[in-house]
Design a protein around this ligand. Structure first.
Ligand SMILES: NC(=O)c1ccc[n+]([C@@H]2O[C@H](COP(=O)([O-])OP(=O)(O)OC[C@H]3O[C@@H](n4cnc5c(N)ncnc54)[C@H](O)[C@@H]3O)[C@@H](O)[C@H]2O)c1
Length: 268
């Protein structure tokens, strides 16, 4: 869907791992709407996968950024400042936890993994906005990705659910802090999508089937569904919206119990 909705806008998309990434769906939607993009990725191993994707969209700014390292975030925003001077939007599509703790009981979460999960999956968005705010001199729009496991208990989501709940709260606090500067801060709560990060979650195939059978639209969402809603929040179409958590989940979050017509699902 080509448009000029984002013409003249420049944005950094953080969290691109491969062509399955939610960040890729968002990048394509923004590029189709005329935005100029920069990508950040983590580590050399990902550069090989991200570089051809950048080529596809004519993106020439690729930045290695590990959000658990403040110096790396500083360097990334230093590069953006040197190249563009200012920025109009940011996408934070980053999350991480030890997959051994994305099964079993939440109550057994280790202190080390709790802190790491919180740091990478929640605090990093705040750390990024500390830097981004200085470059959003004409206002801006920031977006992060969350999941319904922040609001309700989901199988195996465990410490990620706790981190996403904190992330959703941080969206509201930053929306208030930055609103006076015309900077909007929102989240998309995406339904389950088969990505690299999702592969760490136990019984993910079961979760996908459950959502497909029981969501009002009777299907799972795609990275393009998320991309289109992201475009609304990142562009001027979302000009009056901040502090919002937009569910892009085929309606699953309104459902109270298993659909009568939903088949039983074999585990595994
Ligand atoms: N896939 C789903 O079902 C789903 C549903 C709702 C929300 N989300 C969220 O969407 C976001 C994107 O995940 P995805 O599903 O596209 O998977 P993905 O694996 O494609 O993306 C996750 C990204 O996080 C990056 N990352 C991890 N640790 C990092 C660090 N220290 N520094 C910088 N980057 C780091 C990875 O390199 C990767 O690019 C995550 O926040 C995830 O929790 C995913």
């Amino acid at each position: 869907m080509k448009s000029n909705l984002m013409a003249g806008k420049r944005g950094l998309i953080m969290g691109l791992a491969n062509d399955k990434s939610i960040a890729w769906g968002i990048a394509r939607a923004c590029a189709d709407a005329g935005a100029e993009l920069a990508f950040s990725y983590m580590g050399d191993a990902f550069r090989k996968r991200v570089a051809p994707l950048a080529d596809q969209l004519g993106v020439d700014t690729l930045i290695d950024c590990d959000v658990s390292d403040p110096a790396s975030i500083d360097a990334a925003f230093g590069e953006i400042e040197a190249k563009w001077g200012k920025i109009d939007f940011i996408v934070h599509a980053i999350g991480f936890s030890d997959k051994n703790e994305l099964r079993g009981r939440y109550v057994d979460t280790s202190r080390d993994n709790f802190l790491m999960t919180m740091d990478i999956s929640c605090y990093s968005f705040t750390a990024i906005m500390q830097r981004a705010e200085k470059l959003m001199t004409d206002g801006g729009s920031a977006l992060t990705l969350t999941y319904y496991g922040a609001e309700q208990v989901m199988p195996h989501y465990n410490v990620m659910g706790v981190a996403k709940a904190a992330l959703e709260a941080s969206v509201k606090y930053m929306a208030e802090d930055l609103g006076k500067q015309g900077i909007r801060v929102n989240a998309i709560s995406a339904g389950p999508i088969k990505t690299l990060a999702a592969s760490g979650i136990g019984d993910f195939r079961y979760i996908l089937k459950w959502n497909e059978y029981n969501s009002p639209l009777r299907r799972n969402v795609t990275i393009d569904d998320v991309g289109k809603s992201a475009l609304y929040l990142l562009s001027d179409l979302g000009s009056g919206v901040t502090g919002e958590n937009l569910h892009v989940d085929a309606g699953y979050h309104i459902v109270g119990m298993k659909a009568v017509d939903a088949p039983d699902i074999e585990k595994g």
